[in-house]
Design a protein around this ligand. Structure first.
Ligand code: HEC
Length: 204
């Protein structure tokens, strides 16, 4: 058997400690890696959950309204440019109006700027490929803040831009390929978990 190099033992110990978790880690590391179901959180976290949900409702409504408007007036090929050009700005504006930090993320990203916040990354990764109905709101106590995630389901109206690539209009495929060369957000079918909305709310 080949001998391991001299640095292997400390390296392996470091990796093991990172995986197992160290006793000196901050309190929030005690949170379950997938957070807690909304129905199982202490009453002290309820106001933050309510604010997060209010913000998420506003974000969902804002994005959907703009998407529907453009799909109706210009069709999916023009709507894809609107998503490309406006989704980030709409998200930032609504988060500002709501006074909280918010975004959308997924295990299969189109825009790599939509990566999950660190506290939600295990849940986002482990829920990949599941059905939206199998998921629910999850809450994370982050010390001075509360993190909340809510599943985003895939519906038929999403298919023109996130469905099977072979069924997508060439004009849409072109816009996506040039704007997002590493796009992974295709191949979904109705009922799939498309991703998550997330919010961070300061504790009062
Ligand atoms: C007209 C094309 C189009 C349609 C229809 C569409 N999307 Fe998207 N979607 C995009 C584009 C473009 C982006 C990247 C936006 C950005 O740059 O932030 C995106 C990003 C996302 C993201 C953020 C995560 C990521 O992968 O970057 C989610 C979540 C998402 N879409 C869900 C949906 C859902 C759910 C529907 C149906 C209700 C839908 N989309 C319909 C074009 C579309």
């Amino acid at each position: 058997m080949r001998r391991l190099p001299r640095y292997a033992a400390p390296l392996l110990l470091t990796i093991a400690a990172a995986v197992v978790g160290s006793p000196w880690a901050p309190a929030q590391a005690q949170e379950p890696p997938h957070g807690r179901p909304a129905g199982e959180i202490p009453a002290t976290l309820q106001p933050a959950l309510a604010r997060a949900e209010q913000g998420m409702n506003a974000l969902q409504a804002g994005l959907l309204a703009r998407l529907r408007e453009q799909m109706t007036s210009g069709g999916p090929a023009s709507a894809v440019s609107v998503c490309r050009d406006e989704a980030q700005a709409i998200t930032a504006r609504i988060a500002r109006e709501q006074g909280i930090t918010m975004g959308r993320t997924s295990h299969a990203l189109r825009n790599t700027a939509n990566g999950a916040p660190a506290w939600a990354s295990a849940l986002v990764r482990d829920s990949a490929g599941s059905k939206a109905a199998a998921q629910g709101i999850r809450v994370f106590d982050l010390g001075d803040r509360v993190g909340v995630v809510r599943p985003i389901g895939f519906a038929d109206m999403c298919a023109s831009c996130h469905g099977a690539p072979s069924a997508m209009a060439p004009a849409i495929r072109d816009v996506i390929a040039s704007a997002y060369p590493r796009d992974a957000a295709v191949g979904f079918v109705a009922g799939d978990l498309r991703g998550w909305m997330w919010a961070e709310v300061k504790k009062p």
